[in-house]
Design a protein around this ligand. Structure first.
Ligand code: CU
Length: 148
């Protein structure tokens, strides 16, 4: 077995273990897509993303941490007013959609202002599933994928 084959084998093994860990009944299977942060214009920023739950158990997004800020919270928007919530549901077989004008991740007291083209690392914490790390791309301030 040459070195390359050994590495491929090790990778296959790792992937197999990861799949096994996510597959048992009663476990949420979460997948994050479409993350973006409009380039902030003040010391506050918002993050948007979609969490898809391919499992058969409902989970909840309970908190978000980031190196960009020590003060990250999750907000819902109702009647154009935003308000902090303690968690968002990620329904079994459904999704949690954080989108412009709606629910979002809120960063305040930014340690620096990220620029378009950079990424912001966050970690999403859930009630049941393991935390998920996401590198959120910074887009132009007016970016809105739903309106393109
Ligand atoms: Cu907010």
């Amino acid at each position: 077995m040459n070195r390359r084959t050994a590495v491929a084998g090790a990778l296959a093994l790792t992937t197999g273990l990861a799949l096994t860990a996510c597959s048992p009944d009663g476990v949420p299977q979460l997948e994050v897509t479409g993350a973006f942060m409009p380039q902030p214009v003040s010391d506050m920023a918002a993050g948007f993303l979609l969490v898809r739950n391919n499992g058969d158990v409902t989970d909840r997004l309970t908190s978000v941490t980031s190196s960009l800020s020590d003060d990250v919270s999750i907000h819902e928007t109702k009647d154009r007013t935003m308000r902090m919530v303690t968690s968002f549901e990620v329904p079994a077989g459904g999704e949690l959609d954080l989108e412009r004008g709606g629910n979002h991740i809120m960063f305040t007291d930014l340690k620096q202002q990220p620029k378009r083209g950079e990424t912001v690392s966050v970690e999403l914490h859930f009630e049941k599933a393991d935390p998920i790390k996401v590198d959120i791309p910074v887009k132009e301030t007016t970016y809105n994928p739903k309106k393109q």
